[in-house]
Unconditional design. Structure first.
Length: 207
């Protein structure tokens, strides 16, 4: 398993994540929520300017291109993206990123799982997926609109050659349900466990 450092040693500070997506939202008062967000926003916005989409996309594609070329032809590659990474996992599976490997056209990866994928730009990030893809959507996700599910399904319904697509809903499914859900809350723990199962089953099927 590979986990490239696309942020080059400059991750979002944990205190920013704790303010924006607390593990236990019930313990965060309305006052501390909004003061935390206001205090964290300048740091988060500055971080975003240091890691713009074009640079991140380039780094991701270059890494995967090398990985694909260095991987034996009989081995498969899967990619899982959470939140920020969901967009890049999807883009790695696009037709436009198919490459030539020893005279054979191959996608950079063979299967994708994207859970609460943020910052998606449609149709370009999802319309022309070339590999089997599984999506996980939070019904109550305030950062990634649940409406995206229907929009992506409509894009794929208009195609004749779309690979297998899967969409799973999570309730309550607040943003970060697959990585920052509260394990002490029964419903959120189920989201955590079911999203892990989704990844393992999808990769088990296609890899």
């Amino acid at each position: 398993m590979y986990l490239p450092d696309f942020f080059k040693g400059d991750p979002v500070a944990l205190k920013v994540a704790d303010a924006l997506i607390p593990v236990d939202a019930a313990k965060q008062s309305t006052f501390s929520k909004y003061t935390g967000i206001l205090a964290s926003m300048p740091t988060f916005l500055m971080w975003m300017t240091r890691h713009k989409h074009a640079d991140c996309d380039k780094d991701c594609i270059e890494f995967l291109t090398k990985l694909r070329k260095d991987t034996p032809a009989d081995r498969k590659i899967g990619m899982v993206g959470f939140c920020w990474g969901g967009r890049y996992a999807l883009r790695a599976g696009l037709e436009s990123n198919i490459i030539d490997v020893n005279g054979t056209k191959r996608p950079l990866i063979d299967a994708v799982v994207a859970l609460h994928p943020s910052n998606l730009v449609l149709p370009e990030d999802a319309e022309k997926l070339a590999v089997p893809t599984s999506f996980g959507w939070g019904v109550e996700d305030v950062a990634v609109s649940y409406k995206l599910r229907g929009q992506i399904e409509a894009l794929h319904a208009a195609r004749k050659d779309v690979p297998e697509m899967q969409h799973k809903d999570y309730t309550p499914g607040r943003h970060g349900f697959a990585v920052r859900g509260n394990p002490d809350d029964e419903k959120e723990r189920k989201c955590l466990e079911d999203s892990e199962k989704q990844v393992l089953e999808w990769m088990g099927k296609w890899l």
